[in-house]
Each structure stands twice: as structure tokens, then as C-alpha cells.
Design a protein around this ligand. Structure first.
Ligand code: URA
Length: 189
């Protein structure tokens, strides 16, 4: 198995789908290699494409607010996306782009071995938890898959578009923080 450095380098050279032709930067992922919490988004937006870092644009600022609100720091988690390259004009990823890109995320997950996986939004939840996942109905529910506990919440971009869902998302983040604290036998009440 490739180590983090080799995996990062190989991913930066990826030409497995046509998105490599339009990307400015590959957005591999950031965070602690010891993280027990893995957040998975959809794919890079404009700021992410320009900087090479996930969730640094407006959606990222909102994600940071939720993390801060429940006492989790960005540095202690790992953040990645289904797609490592930006789809033009932020359109939804195509299934074949997701297929081409998923081996990178699988290898990242194998290296990280997180305890909890949080899918940010419908696209990640459908790919990671269940192809029929309904985000409005099934966000905030726990799923067990192999060694992982998984949960999905609304994508921060969706919360920017529809602030009426923010309270529900906050409740999801409380559940996530409680499960995270419980890994260490802490009670977050
Ligand atoms: N939206 C995502 O899904 N991922 C990012 O990295 C930024 C915005």
C-alpha cells in the first residue's frame, strides 16, 4: 500500500478522467493522518481548485463554523472529497468521474482507518452510504459498515442556499461530536 506521500504524489499526476484537463489544482485532502473523523464532500469548488485545499470557500467557512460550534478543530479531522478535481462551473459530478476518482478516496480511507465517516451532502451519502440515500429523510442517522460508523448531514453549500435547514444540521453535528467524544469515553453533555 502506498504511504501518504506517495499517494498524494500519484493523485496529483492523475489523468483518469477528463476533469484533469480543466483543473488548476488537484484537491487531495487535508488534515491529521491520525484523525478518527473523516469528512467527505462532493468535489472542489472555485476556491478549492485555485488553492488545492478542500472546503476553503464559502461552504468551507460554514463547515468551520459548525465544527467550532461543537468543539471540533479542523486540524484534528481529515477532510476529503469524492472528486479531487473541480467539475466545470461546479456542476454535479458525473457517475463515471466518481468511479474514476473513488480509488483515491478508498486508499486515503485505508491509510487513515477513521472510526467515523461523515458524508457532507447527497452526492457523498449516495456514494458512500447507500445509492438510494435521501438526505432530507436520512441525515442524522447512523449506519454501520465494516469497521466504520457513518452518518450524513446537509452539504454546507445547501445550507448557504437554504438556511432553514441549519438547525437540523447543527443537531447532526451534535450527534457527530457526541459519538466522537464517546470514542474516548468522554461525555459531552
Ligand atoms: N464543496 C465540496 O463538496 N467540497 C469542497 O472541497 C468545497 C466545496
Amino acid at each position: 500500500m502506498l504511504n501518504w506521500e506517495a499517494l498524494d504524489a500519484a493523485c496529483h499526476a492523475c489523468q483518469a478522467c477528463p476533469l484533469h484537463e480543466t483543473r488548476t489544482n488537484v484537491v487531495f485532502g487535508v488534515g491529521s493522518h491520525q484523525a478518527e473523523l473523516l469528512f467527505i464532500g462532493e468535489g472542489p469548488g472555485e476556491r478549492e481548485d485555485l488553492t488545492g485545499e478542500p472546503f476553503v470557500g464559502p461552504a468551507g467557512k460554514l463547515l468551520d463554523e459548525y465544527l467550532n460550534a461543537v468543539g471540533i478543530s479542523r486540524e484534528e479531522v481529515y477532510i476529503a472529497n469524492i472528486l479531487k478535481c473541480r467539475p466545470p462551473r461546479n456542476r454535479d459530478p458525473k457517475p463515471e468521474e466518481e468511479e474514476a476518482c473513488l480509488p483515491w478516496l478508498r486508499r486515503q480511507t485505508a491509510l487513515l482507518r477513521p472510526k467515523i465517516i461523515v458524508c457532507l451532502g447527497r452526492i457523498a451519502a449516495k456514494r458512500i452510504i447507500d445509492p438510494d440515500f435521501r438526505i432530507t429523510k436520512e441525515h442524522g442517522m447512523w449506519y454501520e459498515k465494516g469497521a466504520y460508523r457513518m452518518i450524513a448531514t446537509y452539504h454546507p453549500s445547501a445550507l448557504l442556499r437554504d438556511p432553514s435547514k441549519r438547525e437540523e444540521a447543527y443537531e447532526d453535528f451534535i450527534l457527530i461530536a457526541e459519538a466522537y467524544a464517546a470514542l474516548h469515553g468522554k461525555d459531552r453533555a
